[in-house]
Design a protein around this ligand. Structure first.
Ligand code: SAM
Ligand code: SF4
Length: 486
């Protein structure tokens, strides 16, 4: 009989996409996906380590799953992803019933690892000595990406364009858990996106921890390595007559393709209607990215550019590689090229040494930029990171207060910006019906829009007149155009 698998995902969109790939692989092996733990033979948690809170949720959930296993010893339990890598000893210590621990670079080994668990169990008797640990790879072997696929949605899709992170932000565990950066070849990405477009998908979100360093390193060792090297390669290309994709969108040898070039190639060579991407590190976001955003019709007018703090002192301690001034300069260039661009950001409050004045600088930057939305995080020391060695000296109550203040500030700005849309027309990609039965979708600027209409509109790009706004949502009606104007 087919084995049933239940998979729960924590954390970022990269994890969500990894989970889709995992389910695609397991589906091809004959597993059926179930949405209740009670119906599963295999329970997997794809975990996040960015903050202690995310880890505690996964520990708590797997603790409950262990109770299920006591009643049903044949159950297989697995911890996958970042926590598997960052907390392997802790996982086995606190979760003795777990059979399998596999890091982000090992997800393509999952069918083999599950087969290994089954084989060991057979040899040693149910449950005993069946544990498998796979967390040692430094880079995900992208050449082994499964061709079988599973997608959670039918209108929008995630496309991973690179893995890992080579930055060393002082607070962040991701480079340790996800390993070195490696990019997928351009042609493979173009092919995947065109197939999605042909299958009826209208939007892709390109994923990477820092999409702006796309093309720096490919699996075969080629890549542009850094801005200086890229310039040199482009000059060489001009001399030798090799096409440079970033200047005209033509295909180029992989080593010459950077992120703006990739955007241009997707825009010109596939029929996908909308392109989004996340995340952009400000250090690597250059004018050429903004030009590509302005010139590529399919690229949505939206940029998530995490600033983390508005204080230069704190940014330096975080090892972010930019100042508030250079960051604001980038946004000014972007806004000159893409005037109505919507912006979102990540903010960390309570980083070690953050004073009231540092915090005020963050609020001042937010007032100045007027982001459309922001994700706010209370600093959480992560063992193994540079900042974990420093005193976590901002008291929890102060972190809470700053967190609340930033949320209130952002909520006011978001609302003011949303209200400015009332009466205007937005293009909505209708995705689904919400729990209340209304159609919902996103504007190009990434705002949720609610509208009434028939199911035929799902998957369509619909012009909508914004009637009112509530919280973070626009409410509107499809614009009925005369037939001649369609
Ligand atoms: N690569 C992206 C970048 O550099 O902007 C961010 C990826 S990270 C998974 C998402 C966000 O989590 C970060 O932008 C940061 O705000 C937050 N974060 C990371 N480590 C954190 C920590 N130790 N404590 C609190 N927030 C953290
Ligand atoms: Fe973490 Fe910095 Fe890499 Fe983002 S760029 S994943 S914050 S180390």
């Amino acid at each position: 009989m087919a084995q049933a698998v239940y998979l729960q995902t924590y954390g970022c969109q990269m994890n969500e996409r990894d989970s889709e790939e995992i389910l695609g692989m397991l589906g091809a092996q004959g597993y059926v996906v179930v949405d209740r733990e009670e119906d599963a033979d295999v329970i997997l948690l794809n975990t996040c380590s960015v903050r202690a809170h995310a880890e505690e949720r996964a520990f708590g959930k797997m603790g409950l799953m262990q109770k299920l296993k006591r009643e049903r010893p044949s159950l297989v339990l697995g911890i996958l992803g970042c926590m598997a890598k960052a907390q392997r000893e802790e996982v086995f210590r606190r979760l003795p019933q777990v059979d399998l621990v596999a890091g982000p670079a090992e997800i393509y080994d999952l069918p083999d690892l599950l087969a290994g668990v089954a084989e060991r169990r057979q040899r040693a008797g149910l449950g005993a000595g069946a544990r498998m640990l796979a967390v040692d790879r430094k880079v995900r072997p992208l050449e082994r990406r499964p061709t079988t696929d599973y997608r959670a949605g039918q209108v929008t899709a995630f496309v991973t364009i690179m893995e890992g992170c080579d930055k060393k932000c002082a607070y962040c565990i991701v480079p340790t858990t996800r390993g070195h950066e490696v990019s997928r070849p351009v042609n493979e990405i173009l092919e995947e996106i065109q197939q999605l477009a042909l299958a009826g998908y209208r939007q892709v979100t390109l994923l990477g921890q820092n999409v702006n360093s796309y093309g720096k390193r490919f699996l075969d060792g080629s890549g542009w390595v850094g801005p200086g090297r890229r310039r040199a390669l482009l000059q060489l290309a001009a001399r030798t007559g090799e096409a440079a994709a970033s200047s005209d969108g033509a295909p180029a040898p992989p080593r010459l393709v950077d992120f703006p070039a990739l955007l241009r190639a997707i825009d010109s060579k596939t029929s996908i209607d909308r392109i989004r991407f996340t995340t952009s590190h400000p250090f690597d976001a250059h004018a050429e990215l903004f030009r590509a955003m302005a010139e590529c019709q399919a690229v949505c007018e939206f940029l998530h550019l995490p600033v983390q703090s508005g204080s230069d002192r704190i940014l330096r301690a975080m090892r972010r590689g930019y100042t508030a001034g250079t960051y604001l300069g980038q946004l000014a260039r972007l806004r000159a090229l893409v005037p109505h661009v919507a912006l979102s950001t990540d903010i960390i409050v309570g980083f070690p040494g953050e004073t009231d004045a540092d915090f005020e600088a963050t609020c001042a930057l937010m007032e100045r930029v007027r982001y459309d939305s922001a994700f706010v995080f209370k600093y959480s020391p992560r063992p193994g990171t540079e900042a974990a060695g420093w005193p976590d000296d901002v008291p929890q109550t102060v972190k809470e207060r700053r967190n609340q203040a930033v949320l209130e500030l952002q909520s006011r700005i978001s609302h003011e910006k949303l209200e400015a849309w009332v009466g205007r027309e937005v293009e909505v990609l209708v995705e689904e019906r919400n729990r209340r039965g209304q159609l919902t979708g996103k504007s190009r600027s990434n705002t949720t829009v609610v509208l009434e209409g028939s199911d035929d509109l799902i998957g369509e790009l619909v012009p909508v007149r914004v009637a009112r706004v509530t919280g973070t949502t626009m409410i509107g009606d499809p614009v009925d155009r005369p037939a001649s104007a369609r």
